[in-house]
Ligand binder design. Structure first.
Ligand SMILES: [Zn+2]
Length: 498
């Protein structure tokens, strides 16, 4: 019966739908799998009519040759249908990760999860297949629900039965947080950067003024001033300067984190992963600042599982680490030692794409107590497929990206030099892919994704979007292969075992 079911679909529908055999799931005498139609994917159910009746479909008929009352139903991959499928198969629901080593694979296009699943095969690392930041949601005009649904349909397609998480990334306001809770996210990354103050560019007078306005300052001084921490052989002491810096920089930010945490506790009754991310600051987080953040969060009763710091060097989007690796190694060793000293949380590394040279040190120092996030790198691999298979479309995207770059770069920290990108017209089709291997053009394409995915013609139709998805659908295997290989390389560089 199990394998016959694919033939039933093919024959009954005149080969209009092609099954993804990996997706087959069974519950009692009912079978469920995903199939590909002309333009989109569909959920296929072969089973009792009562079970088929749970789903809203576009096609339903009784099947001869099958037991009585059996039906074939074809249903669109909607949110409602997925909710029912998730109730029948609880492994399709995300769950918290805790302190296991973990890796998040952002998927801006919402079609890469099957490739991500493949990349994780046989690796001892917990995947976050649903992960998107609020900024990415805005740029791609997606929402939490869509990101979650795409990832779960992808798990279903690939036949993934393991655990996975869903990370609502870089959340900066309570409304977005509550929305993510309601959508069933299991990890919440709070970004307090609107409240972080940059002391490195502040005048001493200004710093003094702000410090003076913090009513809790004498209490904080009593708690921390001259306090000594012995961290694996190193002694760290808060002197007046370092304490004032830590307080001025982070005090309000941590207050905000606590408010967000309390909101979360009110709305979410079951367990979750909680990340505090101060990675998008102007200057690296000092070891003492790290200590201050942890001590204060603990004191306020914020139970966090992950902490994302800003590390030394350049962590630019889509390219390898820029900076002194030795210096980074020393720094990460100390931060990891601090994390071990306090215990109970992982260090989180953002902008993971594609920090291959920094991964080994990061993985070793943290001894597996880490989380890594990549976001845009899967999109770039998708564009690689466009460059190979639809050169003319790639050229249009590239030209458009050049026009939009100055606007789009504003919210990213990058040092992209457009003058280093070779003239598009001088590059033959078979070499277009090279643009995705060079830093400046990689960032050009990386940063402009929002504009590319949402730009419209005067008549309201999409400039690139529909065509881009069509090409990727037509070349699905190659797309999965490209993305899977790339993410696998990330996991391998992090030293995750087979
Ligand atoms: Zn980040």
């Amino acid at each position: 019966m199990r394998s016959e079911v694919f033939d039933i679909l093919l024959k009954t529908t005149g080969y209009q739908y092609v099954p993804y055999t990996s997706s087959l799931l069974q519950r009692d005498s009912n079978l469920f799998f995903l199939a590909r139609g002309d333009k989109s994917k569909y959920l296929v159910i072969v089973g009792e009519s009562a079970v088929c009746g749970l789903f809203r479909g576009i096609y339903e008929r009784s099947i001869r040759n099958l037991e009585e009352n059996q039906k074939l139903k074809i249903a669109p991959t909607t949110h409602e249908n997925l909710q029912i499928l998730r109730r029948l198969f609880p492994h399709l629901n995300p769950s918290p990760c805790g302190l296991k080593k973990s890796f998040g694979t952002g998927d801006r296009l919402g079609i890469a999860t099957p490739a991500h699943v493949k990349a994780f095969e046989g690796k001892d690392i917990f995947p976050f297949f649903a992960q998107q930041s609020v900024r990415e949601l805005e740029r791609t005009r997606r929402n939490w629900e869509d990101v979650m649904d795409s990832a779960i349909w992808g798990c279903f397609e690939a036949g993934y039965k393991g655990k996975f998480g869903a990370d609502a990334d870089h959340v900066k306001d309570p409304d977005k947080l509550v929305e993510a809770v309601e959508c069933g996210y299991t990890m919440f990354t709070i970004d307090p950067s609107d409240f972080v103050r940059n002391t490195s560019t502040m005048s001493p007078e200004k710093k003094k003024e702000i410090y003076g306005s913090i009513s809790k300052r004498s209490e904080l001084e009593r708690r921390y001033l001259n306090r000594k921490y012995e961290i694996e052989g190193q002694v760290l002491i808060f002197d007046e300067d370092s304490l004032v810096d830590a307080i001025v920089t982070y005090f309000d930010a941590l207050k905000f984190v606590r408010e967000m945490y309390e909101t979360l506790k009110t709305y979410k009754s079951d367990g979750f992963d909680f990340e505090v991310s101060v990675d998008e600051t102007d200057t690296p987080t000092s070891p003492l600042a790290h200590i201050f953040i942890v001590e204060e969060l603990r004191r306020m009763g914020v139970e966090f599982t992950n902490l994302a710091l800003r590390f030394v060097g350049e962590w630019q989007k889509a390219i390898d680490y820029i900076g002194d690796l030795k210096k980074f190694e020393r720094e990460i060793n100390l931060h990891a030692a601090i994390a071990r000293h306090f215990g109970g949380y992982k260090l989180s590394l953002h902008s993971g794409s594609d920090k291959f040279s920094a991964y080994p040190a990061f993985s070793q120092a943290t001894e597996g107590l880490f989380h890594v996030k990549t976001a845009g790198t899967s999109y770039l691999e998708a564009i690689r497929v466009i460059a190979r298979k639809a050169p003319e479309l790639y050229r249009r995207i590239h030209r458009f990206a050049l026009e939009r770059f100055q606007i789009e770069r504003r919210s990213y920290h990058v040092t992209t030099d457009l003058s280093k990108i070779p003239d598009l017209d001088s590059i033959p089709d078979e070499k277009l892919e090279d643009f995705l291997n060079a830093n400046d053009s990689r960032q050009l394409i990386h940063i402009t994704y929002g504009a590319v995915l949402t730009a419209r013609n005067e008549d309201g139709s999409y400039l690139f979007r529909d065509e881009l998805y069509r090409v990727l659908m037509e070349n699905e295997e190659e797309h999965y292969e490209c993305v899977g290989k790339h993410i696998r390389r990330h996991l391998e560089m992090l030293g995750t075992k087979r």
